[in-house]
Design a binder for this molecule. Structure first.
Ligand SMILES: Nc1nc2c(ncn2[C@@H]2O[C@H](COP(=O)(O)OP(=O)(O)O)[C@@H](O)[C@H]2O)c(=O)[nH]1
Ligand SMILES: [Mg+2]
Length: 339
């Protein structure tokens, strides 16, 4: 089910602004010509598909329906606690005869889902200080560097001066990948190459950001070192050296979660939160086959702000998290408002 983000042959023609790829093997994919709707992007998710199937046959209002709903939610990584909260509320109200039909139950599910997500829909405001230092963390392959490329584009388009720091010095390809995004976005990158001390790269970058009067500094970090302990030590050191220049920096520690990883995401957040502190989340790869439910599990478990979600690989595919668009993208079309 890669159809939502696979490059189509005629995409290039419709994309006059598409820049040639920079850096062999590290080329960020071009942005789609038009922003696709949330529903378009989320339709392939396991939750959207199973809820669609479940309610398409206009089922009877009974406990069997709630059991099926429970299974659908658990299978889509909503997690035990969030699933129970959702299903038990519906069960209580169903037994009180609050619903006329399955459609009314689905409408109540939608409201409950929105209520669960509302507290974590807190957009990130990078205009509170200058330079605003954003430290990107998360395990390998979740989409940190890609998200930085997308954010750099977004902030630049908002008229901000952005600087990037190539703090994933563990792999040479990681530095090249960030530089490719920098070229593409027209945003400078501070790098020292593979094997450099990540904390010193990011320290230099903050000094440069101050000297140049930049609005936002976004620092990439490694997701994997020789040991997990080594990684946490490195992130701790980065925090400490930033604090020497600006006691409040980093102003945001943004943890990136791969939306397809399921319940393991919970363990990842717990580990990073305890070791380096996390102030916001980005959930990527919700397009395609991601199960989608992990967003509810994260909201329920941590209550950390979900700043952005990734709905594709292109620069335009990073959206501020909007619970309404997200929930309506997952629920069968006839019950939700148009996404
Ligand atoms: N479909 C999809 N792919 C994504 C998204 N975000 C990142 N990716 C892809 O995930 C892969 C790993 O991304 P990368 O930024 O290198 O991860 P990092 O190791 O955390 O820096 C790349 O192929 C990205 O294009 C997303 O929102 N949707
Ligand atoms: Mg990376």
């Amino acid at each position: 089910m890669l159809k939502f983000w696979k490059k189509k042959p005629d995409d290039d023609a419709a994309r006059p602004e598409a820049a040639p790829a920079a850096g062999a093997g590290a080329a960020p994919p071009a942005a789609p010509a038009a922003r696709r709707s949330w529903r378009d992007r989320l339709a392939g998710s396991a939750l959207a598909r199973s809820l669609g199937t479940l309610f398409a046959r206009n089922p009877k209002l009974d406990d069997a329906l709630l059991d099926e709903l429970e299974t659908a939610l658990l299978t889509a990584d909503v997690g035990v606690a969030a699933t129970q909260a959702l299903v038990e509320d519906l069960r209580t109200r169903m037994h009180q005869r609050a619903f006329a039909d399955a459609g009314a139950l689905l409408a109540a599910l939608r409201e409950d889902m929105l209520a669960m997500l509302a507290p974590v829909a807190q957009p990130l405001d990078v205009s509170t200080t200058k330079p605003f230092v954003l430290l990107m963390v998360g395990v390998n392959g979740v989409g940190k560097t890609t998200t930085i490329g997308k954010l750099a584009r977004r902030y630049r388009d908002e008229g901000r001066d952005v600087l990037l720091a190539a703090g994933d010095t563990f792999r040479a390809a990681a530095v090249r990948q960030l530089e490719a995004w920098g070229e593409r976005d027209g945003v400078p990158v501070i790098a020292q190459g593979q094997g450099a001390d990540a904390a010193s790269v990011i320290f230099d970058a903050l000094q440069a950001a101050r000297a140049r009067g930049c609005d936002v500094l976004i620092a990439d970090t490694a997701g994997r070192l020789h040991t997990q302990g080594g990684l946490m030590d490195e992130l701790g050191k980065i925090r400490r050296v930033l604090g020497k220049l600006d006691a409040a920096a980093p102003h945001e520690v943004l943890m990136v979660i791969d939306g397809t990883t399921g319940q393991n995401a919970i363990n990842q957040v717990r580990q990073f939160r305890d070791a380096v502190g996390v102030s916001g989340l980005v959930v990527t790869k919700l397009d395609g086959t991601a199960k989608g439910g992990v967003v509810f599990a994260l909201a329920r478990e941590f209550g950390l702000p979900i700043r952005y979600v990734g709905l594709g690989e292109g620069a335009e595919d990073l959206r501020e998290f909007e619970p309404r668009a997200f929930v309506d993208g997952l629920l069968p079309a006839e019950f939700g408002a148009p996404a």
